[in-house]
Design a protein around this ligand. Sequence first.
Ligand code: GDP
Length: 187
Amino acid sequence: MKVKFLKSATRPDEYPFPYKPEVAIVGRSNAGKSSFINAFVGQKIAKVSGTPGKTRLLNFFELEEQVYLVDCPGYGYATGSLKEALGWQEMIETYFKKRETLKGVILIMDIRRDWEDEEKLLQDWLTHHKTPWTVILNKSDKLSRSAALGRRAKLQKSAGDVPMLIVSSMKKSGFDDVKNLILKEWS
Ligand code: GDP
């Protein structure tokens, strides 16, 4: 896939000029957000975690000269730092609120994890701002097909009627639907 790094930003005045439709990707630390982005675009553009809490920026990329992809910092580090948690919340909610070209948000989850407070918070913001979103249940290679479908049914009860796609970044499975979403539906 053709990919171009545009810039990193924290505040609205630093976001790149909104020439193109935009899709943002968020996820709990260790859900496999970076692995997903790298596998999806076929290049190592996102840093696979090693030092949690380090990437505190919104990273803007352009895909296929068509759509902007924003890699948002992960959440849910067990640092216990309230200041850091509030900083993340402010940056992300401001972004959701201000970015007029934002067409959709992808929430990456480890398929084995439950819907927790942070996911509820994101769900509330996205619903409030009427932003379309989709949940990607990653690491499905860790489960059998039937167990994966069972997990999705359980998570769907907490999350409501948001679309949930089952993928494996390791096996690159389930990517066709994501491609369709980002490069067709949301562009
Ligand atoms: P991030 O913190 O959300 O960016 O997560 P990373 O991409 O750094 O991945 C966290 C860990 O999960 C790494 O050890 C990855 O190799 C692993 N991982 C990511 N995606 C998958 C997947 O689809 N299957 C499996 N089995 N492991 C994965």
